[in-house]
Design a protein around this ligand. Structure first.
Ligand code: ATP
Ligand code: MG
Length: 435
């Protein structure tokens, strides 16, 4: 709309046009108020009935809640108005009226269950709390992209329709591709590795991944957003440095630029940034010893076990912050992770943990052709099917390392959401394929 002023920018003394949703209508008899809400905030429109044209009052005060309205008027200072300014209307137009019965209450006074919220996402996101999550998500991703640029990574986009899976066969979504079986990609892993052998050397991607996870949990989605990084000529410890850097950049940017959103979600911007000390880096061996020592595990872990959810929580409580777990048993890490030459049972894989859940997986990659192909066979994968990938390891593949984290897990842990679905506009899960 030409010359439209956002609610938050309305200054006393101005003649303005505002447009938004009818958040609340309060009719006190001789005077009525319409609280108009837009993407920036709210503004009060005052209908002093005696002073105004009857049809103007009629239009402005009989409108249903959540209808879309535009108002032309004079802004005046008013201490009793929520923002210290109110509009005396000259023209009111209802651009789209809302039915009186709404599937959920955008004012947030009446709580709605998550499925109702997800079924009516547009209405749900009129609530400050829901909207704040996505403003914070956008700012975190912006800061991560900027950080990637600062460390010289080139943003790439890899195919989402692929002929083979990488992270194990069971989690794939099959599709039909011109009569041939294909899959939705679980991860950009192999493609980003191919790029470190190209002139690009250091790459990043923020894009969708698809996983036919069988379990329905508060931290798994069937379509998630993966933040990927891969670089030639670095070790896994250097990859961890970059990983930590992106996370710090995201928290800093949110603390600096999303003060209001943080407040809406019950956080203070001050002190929101991550502590200055680097994240502790525990070896897997230290991690299971420490988890066992908490006395909180129903079953003690032995070397070779994956960290159970129990163990993750016990460690999370003990460490009370982000931490890396390095040097995992080779058997529980994928074939593309490099093992220590002097101890092939142990891999150079790492995870970054938040006290509540795993955030990132990464590692030094196997860049040598022979051990890579052996790794494929050991994991029960047919190296022939991955020829497009392994072939490039014969023509000059530099040592490299990288990692991936889920954007939704980042947001979920950052602002303490109960369920990862709250960090996705339209989540895909076992029950949900629409909207
Ligand atoms: P988990 O063990 O928690 O299921 P994973 O080890 O299978 O995760 P990776 O293959 O290591 O996951 O993927 C890298 C990152 O991508 C994870 O650490 C996580 O942040 C994110 N991620 C993976 N799968 C999902 C999913 N189904 N939903 C949301 N995020 C995911
Ligand atoms: Mg993992």
């Amino acid at each position: 709309m030409r010359d439209r002023t956002y609610a938050a920018d309305v200054e006393p003394g101005e003649s303005v046009t505002v447009a938004g949703w009818a958040h609340e209508i309060r009719d006190l008899g001789g005077i009525a108020f319409l609280i108009l809400r837009d993407g920036s905030g709210r503004i009060q429109v005052k209908f002093a009935k005696e002073d105004l044209d009857a049809s103007l009052v009629e239009t402005g005060t009989n409108v249903t809640r959540e209808s879309v309205v535009s108002v032309v008027g004079e802004a005046e200072a008013e201490d009793r108005a929520p923002t210290g300014v109110e509009i005396v209307p000259e023209e009111v137009e209802v651009l789209a009226s809302a039915e009186p019965e709404l599937p959920l209450d955008p004012s947030g006074k009446v709580d709605a269950e998550l499925p109702t919220r997800l079924d009516n996402r547009s209405l749900d996101l009129r609530r400050e709390e829901a909207k704040a999550v996505f403003e914070i998500r956008a700012e975190a991703l912006r800061a991560i992209r900027e950080f990637f640029r600062e460390v010289g990574a080139t943003e790439i986009t890899t195919p989402k329709i692929v002929a083979t899976g990488t992270e194990g066969g069971t989690e794939l979504f099959p599709i039909t591709y011109f009569g041939q079986e294909a899959f939705m990609n679980q991860s950009p892993q192999l493609f980003k590795q191919l790029m470190v052998a190209s002139g690009l050397e250091r790459v990043c991607e923020i894009g969708p991944i698809f996983r036919a996870e069988e379990h329905n949990t508060p931290r798994h989605l069937n379509e998630a957003t993966s933040i990927d990084f891969e670089s030639a000529f670095i070790t896994h410890h250097e990859a961890m440095d970059v990983c930590e850097g992106t996370l710090r950049a995201a928290y800093d940017a949110v603390a600096t630029n999303c003060g209001a959103e943080l407040e809406t979600l019950g956080f203070e911007a001050e002190g929101f940034a991550l502590p200055d000390e680097g994240f502790p880096r525990l070896t897997y061996e230290e991690a299971i010893e420490r988890a066992n020592a908490t006395g909180e595990l129903t079953e003690q872990l032995v070397w070779g076990d994956d960290l159970t959810t129990d163990a993750e929580h016990a460690l999370g409580d003990a460490i009370d912050g982000h931490y890396f777990v390095t040097d995992w048993p080779s058997d529980i890490k994928p074939f593309y992770i490099q093992d220590y030459d002097d101890d092939p049972e142990v891999s150079k894989g790492f995870d970054l943990m938040h006290p509540r859940m795993e955030l990132v997986s990464g590692g030094q990659r196997e860049h040598r052709y022979e051990p890579l192909v052996e790794g494929f066979e050991a994991q029960g994968l047919d190296p022939e099917a991955f020829d497009y990938y392994t072939r490039m390891f014969r023509y000059g593949m530099p040592p490299h390392a990288g990692w991936a984290y889920g954007a939704e897990r980042l947001v979920t842990t950052m602002v303490g959401l109960a369920n990862i679905r709250e960090a996705v506009l339209f989540p895909r899960d076992r029950q949900r394929l629409s909207p």
